[in-house]
Design a protein around this ligand. Structure first.
Ligand SMILES: [Zn+2]
Length: 375
């Protein structure tokens, strides 16, 4: 999941997904117009909005710290974390690979809820202190609310539903006991799916009891939980099926290139029809500057083929989205394709030089063969 980058901490890009704005807005509105006025009957409206904003920002900062705790522990244990994205359900830290053993998985998963409990305790402590020393109530209430949010965050995340933290903790324990990650993942994600269904059922009951907002909210959360459980299980299965396969095992190398200045007419007759490839890497001054797929030419009216150059219709190279390193796991390439909606990625070596191309069908073909040959 990608979003707008708002900063960088310890080499990790901090991003906001647009769905997060919805939850931020809702919290701000609900607090400033409903919750805070009932708790602070003497406050003026503008004071309520400032207190609401402070609450929302502190809650958001707490969530970020929760994800940072996961990420820093993961980095300490040798994983690479590229970004943290905040979205409607909370936060998600993008790690490059699955934890290698149950102990790492346990440590990485537990530090998030632990940090939320600590933060919750800290804010509730601050509330007590402010109340005890008779300081303005306007300061005390946001602390109380943020403290409660942190505790709720810890409790929700500790539900034994994979891929939530609690589900990961459960998986690590089962994994350690059974010595089978496959079986542990299957049970932990089944728990996630069933908990999701249970929440959806609860949402329906709430709707029947005419609690429309609460019911829809529980329904949506339950649905998200069960979809996430299924998707994460598939991902783990996929990475198991592709275990030991790297990008360089499946790539086509070298990649066929075409100069950027060539008109489309020549691109078709001298390149595509000669090589038989669907995709060519576009080259300019010895560097790869983009990718050209035959569909991009077909989208241009044939009468314009002589006067249009490859550079004008190609997809310019976006290294973040369109390349993958040769030594990465094949499953990472597949995930990247799914995330960016591309069917092929350029393969680069450690210096960033393009050395090949990998397509979705290369990976799928291998998956199919491995499935058929499995005893
Ligand atoms: Zn967490």
């Amino acid at each position: 999941m990608k979003g707008w980058r708002i900063g960088r901490i310890a080499g990790i890009s901090i991003e906001i997904h647009f769905t997060w704005l919805v939850i931020f807005g809702l919290i701000l509105y609900k607090f400033s117009t409903d919750l805070l006025p009932s708790m602070l009957p003497d406050a003026r409206p503008e004071q309520l909005w400032i207190a609401g904003l402070a609450t929302a920002i502190l809650a958001f900062g707490s969530l970020l710290l929760h994800e940072l705790a996961h990420s820093l522990m993961a980095q300490r244990l040798g994983a690479t974390v590229s970004r943290i994205t905040l979205f409607i359900l909370g936060g998600v830290a993008q790690m490059t690979r699955e934890p290698k053993n149950p102990a790492s998985e346990f440590k990485i998963s537990i530090v998030g809820p632990l940090s939320s409990i600590l933060l919750g305790g800290g804010f509730i402590g601050a509330y007590w202190a402010i109340t005890k020393f008779d300081l303005p109530k306007l300061w005390a209430i946001p602390c109380l609310l943020v403290g409660e949010i942190n505790i709720a965050l810890a409790v929700f995340n500790m539900l034994p539903a994979f891929p939530l933290d609690g589900g990961r903790v459960l998986r690590s324990i089962l994994w350690w006991r059974w010595r089978s990650r496959e079986r542990a993942t299957r049970i932990a994600s089944a728990a996630g799916r069933w908990l999701g269904y249970l929440m959806m059922g609860l949402g329906v009951v709430q709707l029947i009891a005419t609690d429309v907002t609460g019911g829809l909210w529980t329904l949506a959360l339950g649905w998200l939980l069960s979809t996430m459980a299924t998707a994460s299980y598939q991902r783990v299965q996929l990475s198991q099926a592709l275990d030991g396969v790297h990008v360089h095992d499946l790539m086509t190398s070298p990649v066929a290139t075409i100069p950027a200045a060539v008109p489309l007419q020549r691109a078709v007759f001298d390149y595509f029809l000669v090589t038989g490839f669907a995709t060519l890497a576009v080259e300019e001054n010895g560097e790869i500057v983009g990718v050209l797929h035959r569909d991009q030419i077909q989208a241009v009216d044939q009468s314009l083929w002589l006067g249009t150059s490859v550079a004008e219709v190609m997809r310019p190279l976006d290294r973040d989205k369109m390349t993958v390193r040769a030594d990465e796991d094949a499953v990472e390439a597949l995930m990247k394709m799914a995330e960016s909606g591309l069917e092929r990625l350029l393969v680069v070596d450690w210096r960033g030089t393009v050395i090949g191309i990998i397509t979705q069908s290369d990976v799928v073909r291998l998956l199919k063969m491995r499935g058929e040959l499995r005893p």
